[in-house]
Design a protein around this ligand. Structure first.
Ligand code: MLT
Ligand code: MN
Ligand code: ZN
Length: 304
């Protein structure tokens, strides 16, 4: 089974449309040390039928770059058997609009809080009901495993994460379990297991326990430092304030990943354009690589 990274960037992508920071300028200028990135999304399954996990606003470009997701078995067809969202964030959900031409309701898996946010605060699902509509399935967060019809051999288990709902959410400052989830993908044939959490604010005991049971972890790579956006003058909020655990510093993501066995593959995803690890010649990038941690890129595929 394949996990394909469709988009490895955080919200805004890389370069971000209105950003002229050193890094966005470098990637626009064609620097050999910087690689452009679309927004956060992966596909799991294959060879013909896939679960799209997060629907980014860049989905059409991502599909154009992923011929395997268009098996072309009929004059109108898709390899996307279903869509699952980890949260209701703009970068993970607005791609649903691009899938509106389906002939049948789109099978969609989200938690109940994300469903409510996408029906009220940002009513994408109400708008979509005027197009293909969705066939919503409540995603369990009590540890019950489930499978997604149409994606054979894949078992999923979701867990609530300590993070935040999207900025537009009516309960942004009062998070509830299910605003954000992490997922374990398990290949029922090989037993291979991958943990995926593009937005992870804190390593809870449950997350830590789970990280010890998988072959690969693909986790939040948004920010290098907690005050990254403040220092650059782009925001007044820390990484932790908006639900992302930074990589560096005591208790940061790299500290946690270093405690996992060397045999566990470790990858960062959902990387913000401000993160210095996107400069492949930077000391921060070297530190990540020296720690045995990979920086995902669009098109990376992992087999499990
Ligand atoms: C996030 O991951 O924190 C959000 O995608 C931020 C945003 O919507 O810009
Ligand atoms: Mn995001
Ligand atoms: Zn930038």
């Amino acid at each position: 089974m394949t996990l394909r990274v469709l988009g490895s960037g955080a919200g805004g992508g890389f370069p971000q449309w209105n950003c002229n920071c050193v890094q966005c300028t470098a990637v626009r200028a064609g620097s050999p040390h910087h690689r452009a990135r679309t927004q956060s999304s992966i596909a799991v399954g294959g060879p013909d039928d896939w679960l799209l996990v997060n629907a980014s606003p860049d989905i059409l470009t991502q599909l154009q770059r992923s011929p395997a997701l268009q098996p072309a078995r009929a004059v109108r067809d898709t390899g996307i058997a279903a869509v699952l969202l980890c949260d209701g964030q703009i970068d993970h959900s607005t791609g649903l609009y691009m899938l509106r031409e389906r002939g049948t309701p789109l099978p969609l898996w989200t938690t109940r809080p994300a469903f409510e946010d996408l029906s009220q605060g940002n009513p994408i699902l109400r708008v979509l009901s005027h197009y293909c509509g969705v066939d919503w399935n409540e995603l369990p967060i009590d540890g019950t495993s489930f499978s997604v019809p149409g994606v054979a051999g894949l078992r999923l288990t979701a867990m609530p994460l300590d993070s935040k709902p999207a900025p537009y959410s009516p309960h942004r400052e009062r998070p509830v379990p299910g605003d954000n989830i992490g997922l374990v993908f398990e290949n029922l044939r090989t037993g291979g297991r991958v943990f995926y959490a593009p937005g992870l604010g804190e390593i809870s005991p449950l997350v830590w326990e789970t990280l010890g049971t998988v072959d690969a972890v693909m986790v939040d790579g948004t920010f290098w430092t907690d005050d990254e956006m403040i220092r650059l003058g782009f925001s007044k909020k820390t990484a932790r304030d908006i639900g992302h655990l930074p990589q560096s510093g005591p208790g940061g993501m790299l500290d946690w990943l270093a405690r996992l066995p060397a045999s566990t593959r470790k990858l960062l995803i959902h990387i913000n354009n401000t993160n210095p690890i996107l400069d492949e010649s930077s000391p921060e990038r070297r530190a990540v690589e020296a720690a045995g941690v990979e920086v995902t890129f669009d098109g990376l595929e992992l087999t499990f």
